[in-house]
Design a binder for this molecule. Structure first.
Ligand SMILES: NC(=O)c1ccc[n+]([C@@H]2O[C@H](COP(=O)([O-])OP(=O)(O)OC[C@H]3O[C@@H](n4cnc5c(N)ncnc54)[C@H](OP(=O)(O)O)[C@@H]3O)[C@@H](O)[C@H]2O)c1
Length: 236
């Protein structure tokens, strides 16, 4: 499947930038893009890349963008970083488990950091290019039937608002730019590992293929919307 993968909407020799390139989905995006004969370069960014970009170190974001300005523009920017849990952070099952430190860390990685990524990396995107940010269906307020996961849900809902707001601005200033917030489905990764239960999690390679194909199909008229990997538009 991978060997035949080609993005058609970005032109020959397009350049891609993947933020969160070390994660399961980030790695799968990079592998696919590196195999696309139309893609001339894939720049991988993360906490351990050079330059480094750490969403919990806000100064690193403009710094990384400035370091990459010379090789810009990119025709495709993917933001595949995110945080659900780590040693000191567990998704809250009840409002009684809400902790200020965990809320702050999750919002820093999932919302505040990406807001600065929009500020500093959208100028590196070609006006006809596409940027997609990985969100999560649990960030949909309209679809919230189970409750729980306060910080993660709220951080992704706020992320969706940032994307919608930036896309609304871009529709006026750079109408051919495409900006999307995407739900990858349940994907096998460290992020989902403790919570997958019996649900059918998909390999990241398949999810990345589906998401890139979706980006390729979506037009500037779709910009600013929240899509699942299936192409379904999700409610805010
Ligand atoms: N997997 C799923 O089932 C699922 C479902 C819905 C939505 N998503 C979303 O999809 C995205 C990718 O998830 P994944 O499953 O690929 O997770 P993953 O394998 O855990 O990857 C997470 C990525 O985020 C990066 N990251 C975390 N904190 C960071 C920070 N402070 N600064 C910079 N980068 C940071 C990680 O970098 P390090 O390697 O440096 O830690 C890693 O590259 C996330 O936004 C997630 O919310 C995933």
């Amino acid at each position: 499947m991978n060997s035949t993968f080609k993005m058609n909407s970005l032109g020959d020799g397009y350049r891609a930038l993947v933020i969160g390139a070390s994660g399961a989905l980030g790695t799968a995006f990079c592998e696919l893009l590196n195999e696309d004969p139309r893609c001339s370069a894939v720049r991988e960014l993360g906490r351990n890349s050079v330059p480094g970009l750490d969403l919990e170190k806000p100064d690193s974001i403009p710094w990384a963008a400035a370091e990459l300005a010379e090789e810009a523009p990119y025709q495709l920017i993917l933001h595949a970083a995110g945080l659900l849990h780590r040693d000191d952070i567990k998704p809250e099952k009840s409002y009684s488990a809400i902790e200020a430190d965990a809320l702050q860390a999750i919002f820093q990685v999932n919302t505040l950091g990406p807001a600065l990524v929009l500020r500093h990396f959208l100028p590196l995107l070609e006006p006809r290019g596409a940027m997609a940010v990985l969100s999560a269906k649990v960030g949909s307020i309209g679809d919230n039937r189970l409750g729980g996961w306060y910080a993660y849900r709220a951080s992704k809902a706020a992320l969706n608002m940032l994307i919608k707001t930036a896309a609304t601005e871009l529709a006026r200033t750079r109408p051919q730019t495409r900006l999307f917030t995407l739900h990858p489905g349940t994907v096998i990764s460290g992020l989902s590992q403790p919570f997958r239960g019996t649900s059918a999690a998909r390999p990241a390679s398949i999810a990345a293929h589906e998401l890139l194909s979706l980006i390729d199909r979506l037009t500037s008229a779709d910009s600013g919307n929240f899509f699942a990997y299936t192409g379904e538009r999700l409610p805010w």
